[in-house]
Design a protein around this ligand. Structure first.
Ligand code: UDP
Length: 402
């Protein structure tokens, strides 16, 4: 039997979108072996015009160094009316690219793991084709999810939290289009969560000192250097593990510093589950992927910063569910670590249990199942079809409510 096709719409703006697509693909390959062919499309890179095509490069420096202008843009478009306005512009500017995308990537099910592309791609189907493949949105932000996620024509919109689900209803989606699944985390992540001793042996970490893992998403974002130095100045009885991610300059700066406690510096790592299995405390910006992984691994979180806009609500989500605390800036982080270490191993074990209670290790399997179900369905009539077959009833070409 011919394999069905799954196309993922994503972009390397931050690490989370690709991580989500990789996770879902892996789960589908395990659950439905040899049934699917997968394609990952970096939409910004390949199908938008200049300057959008450089978003994968621009995103991290922008969020890092000009957070307020990022927040302004994000919040400006985050209402029904202004969101619609911004999308109307995007649809026009990106029209040719999106039409090329759907021609070059015919599929049995379209899966979007990026908020920006839902409307423009749906618009391309609605204006050029009578039928389109079933379309599934998998939201990869946690709580303060942007209006752009909620394209009302989609067949399924899978939300990570109740708050994200409720926002979908607010922006016009129907309950039957939505489901709360949790955020997809790679099946290998669960599989590789070995016991702490074993993970430390494999990683060559000290086996006695509590391990504090410091990470700033895939890009090494946020003031990681300042936080590391503030922790260092406390001379705590611990070991410090820093992941610089793709931030080469940060890695070099960290490597040329001297440290008061055993300290290991990694570039972008491909064995995050091992590192989380070995860690006692995770210090991170409030990235959704990292938060969900830490909860599954049972590592309590110290959130040191958040990307304004899409990560605002992640802090509340973690704090209200007792999975961690918010401690902005190096001094607060170092003080919190010191307090947690003073509580001893029992205190850390209790914090670990609270974090684990928030984890949703089954999310990726539920999402895989939803996509599989959609892939079995026949193509869906588009609005174009309705317009050209008046007896089916006229639907306005652009009925988007956002
Ligand atoms: N990550 C990784 N290796 C690294 C740093 C990060 O695999 O060296 C992964 C991390 O495990 C998570 C993702 O990158 O799955 C980061 O996603 P998150 O949503 O936390 O932040 P983003 O980078 O998207 O802002």
């Amino acid at each position: 039997m011919a394999r069905k096709r799954v196309v993922f719409l994503m972009s390397d703006t931050g690490g989370g979108h690709r991580a989500a697509a990789d996770a879902i693909r892996a789960a589908m390959e395990i659950k439905y072996p040899d049934e699917y062919l997968f394609e990952l499309v970096d939409v910004y890179r390949r199908y938008t015009p200049f300057p959008f095509t450089y978003m994968p490069e621009v995103y991290a420096p922008w969020v890092n160094w000009a957070a307020h202008s990022w927040e302004f843009g994000y919040e400006f478009a985050n209402t029904r009316h202004r969101g619609r306005l911004v999308m109307a512009v995007a649809k026009q500017l990106w029209k040719n690219g999106m039409r090329r995308l759907i021609q070059e990537h015919p599929t049995d099910v379209m899966v979007s793991v990026h908020s920006l592309f839902n409307r423009p791609v749906m618009h391309a189907y609605n204006t050029t084709q009578k039928f389109r493949p079933p379309f599934v949105t998998v939201i990869t932000d946690l709580v303060t999810t942007h209006a752009f996620w909620y394209e009302p024509d989609v067949d399924r919109c899978l939300a990570p939290t109740q708050a994200a689900y409720d926002r979908g209803l607010f922006f016009g989606l129907k309950p039957e289009q939505m489901r709360i699944t949790g955020l997809p985390v790679h099946p290998q992540f669960m599989k590789k969560l070995v016991a702490k001793d074993e993970a430390r042996r494999k990683l060559n970490w000290d086996s006695h000192h509590p391990a504090v893992l410091l990470v700033g998403g895939g890009e090494g974002m946020g003031p990681l250097y300042q936080i590391a130095r503030a922790i260092n100045s406390r001379k705590l009885d611990m070991q410090l593990i820093i992941i610089a991610g793709r931030n080469q300059a940060l890695k070099q700066r960290l490597e040329s510093s001297s440290w008061n406690q055993p300290t290991i510096i990694y570039p972008f790592v491909h064995n995050m589950p091992e590192l989380m299995a070995a860690a006692d405390i995770l210090v991170t910006k409030a990235g959704p992927g990292t938060i969900c992984e830490a909860c599954i691994a049972g590592v309590p979180l110290i959130l040191s910063s958040f990307v304004p806009g899409q990560e605002d609500g992640n802090v509340t989500h973690v704090v209200e569910n007792n999975a961690g605390v918010y401690a902005p800036g190096g001094v607060n982080v170092a003080e919190t670590i010191s307090q947690w270490l003073d509580e001893g191993s029992e205190g850390l074990a209790a914090r670990s249990a609270s974090a684990r209670a928030l984890g949703r290790p089954n999310a990726v399997w539920e999402i895989a199942e939803e996509i599989h179900l959609q892939a079995q369905k026949p193509p869906v009539r588009t609005r174009y079809h309705a317009e050209h077959q008046p007896h089916l009833g006229h639907t306005p070409e652009d009925g988007w409510v956002i």
